[in-house]
Design a binder for this molecule. Structure first.
Ligand code: KIV
Length: 265
C-alpha cells in the first residue's frame, strides 16, 4: 500500500473537487480515516481540549502530543500524518523548533504544523532545510487565543486581510507544503487560495479552499462543550455512547448481563 506523501498532497491543489482531511488522536480513529481514503490526518493540538479536557490548546506538552502521534501512526497505513507543534515548542528559538519537530518526525509523523505567518518564516525555512515538511496555519490561530481575547474570526477589513495574504505568501516562499486557513471570510480564503501554488485547507474559511479539515470529535458529534459556527456533526456518537452506557448499566443491575451467551460453561 503506497503511503501518501507531501508531493501527493501538493498535487491536490486546484483539483476538480476539494479533498477532505480530519484530525485523529488514537489508533482506531486513524484506521477509520485511512479506511475511507482520507489523504491527510492531523494529530492536532485540539487534543488538548477533546482528549485531555484542557480549557484551550495552550497547555498541551510535547510529551502529551507525542503519545498520540505514535498511536495515530500505528493506525495509519496510507494517509500522511501531520503532527501539530504545541505552544512553546517552536516559539522560543529556531533550534528548539528544529529539535521538537524532529521528535515528532521520529515518532512517525510525515510533517509538522506550526501556527503563524511572516513571524515564523525562519522556523519554516530551518525545518524544511533539515528535511522536515511544514504545514502552515493562519487566520484564527487558537494558540493566540489570549492575544485575540477569545476565538474571533480574523481577516476582516483591508489591513488584516492584506496581512493574512502576505502571511500565506511568506509561508509558501519559506517552503511550506500546504496551509490551514482557519475562521476567516470566504472571499479572503478564496483570494489566498488563488494567490499561492500550495494547497489551502479550510476550517471556517468557506468552500473555495483546496481542501477542508474538521476536528474528528466535532464531525462525529462527540464533543459539545465548544461548537463554532463552522462545525457540522455528521453523526451523534455522544448520544449513542450515552445510550449504550445506560443500557449496559441497567443490564448489569438487572442481572441480564452477562447471560449464558457471554459466559464460559
Ligand atoms: O488542532 C487542530 O485540530 C487544528 C485544526 C483545527 C486545523 O489545528
Amino acid at each position: 500500500m503506497k503511503k501518501i506523501t507531501i508531493r501527493d498532497i501538493q498535487k491536490l491543489k486546484g483539483g476538480e473537487s476539494p479533498f477532505a482531511t480530519v484530525t485523529a488522536y488514537d489508533y482506531v480513529s486513524a484506521q477509520n480515516a485511512d479506511a475511507v481514503d482520507i489523504p491527510l490526518i492531523l494529530v492536532g493540538d485540539s487534543a488538548a481540549m477533546v482528549v485531555y479536557g484542557m480549557e484551550n490548546t495552550i497547555p498541551i506538552s510535547m510529551d502529551e502530543l507525542l503519545f498520540l502521534v505514535r498511536a495515530v501512526c500505528r493506525g495509519t497505513k496510507k494517509a500522511l500524518v501531520v503532527a501539530d507543534m504545541p505552544f512553546m515548542s517552536y516559539q522560543v528559538s529556531v533550534e528548539e523548533a528544529v529539535r521538537n519537530a524532529g521528535r515528532l518526525i521520529q515518532a512517525g509523523a510525515g510533517a509538522v504544523k506550526l501556527e503563524g505567518g511572516l513571524a515564523i518564516m525562519d522556523r519554516v525555512q530551518a525545518l524544511t532545510r533539515v528535511g522536515i515538511p511544514v504545514m502552515g496555519h493562519i487566520g484564527m490561530t487558537p494558540q493566540s487565543v489570549n492575544q485575540y481575547g477569545g476565538y474571533k474570526v480574523q481577516g476582516r477589513g483591508e489591513h488584516q486581510s492584506g496581512a493574512l495574504l502576505e502571511d500565506a505568501k511568506a509561508l509558501e516562499s519559506a517552503g511550506a507544503f500546504s496551509i490551514v486557513l482557519e475562521a476567516m471570510p470566504t472571499v479572503l480564503a478564496k483570494s489566498i487560495t488563488e494567490a499561492i501554488t500550495i494547497p489551502t485547507i479550510g476550517i471556517g474559511a468557506g468552500s473555495d479552499c483546496d481542501g477542508q479539515i474538521m476536528v474528528l470529535y466535532d464531525l462525529l458529534g462527540l464533543f459539545d462543550e465548544f461548537s463554532p459556527r463552522f462545525v457540522k456533526p455528521y453523526a451523534h456518537l455522544k448520544v449513542d455512547a450515552l445510550q449504550a452506557l445506560r443500557r449496559f448499566k441497567e443490564e448489569v443491575e438487572f442481572q441480564k448481563f452477562p447471560s449464558d451467551l457471554e459466559s464460559y460453561q
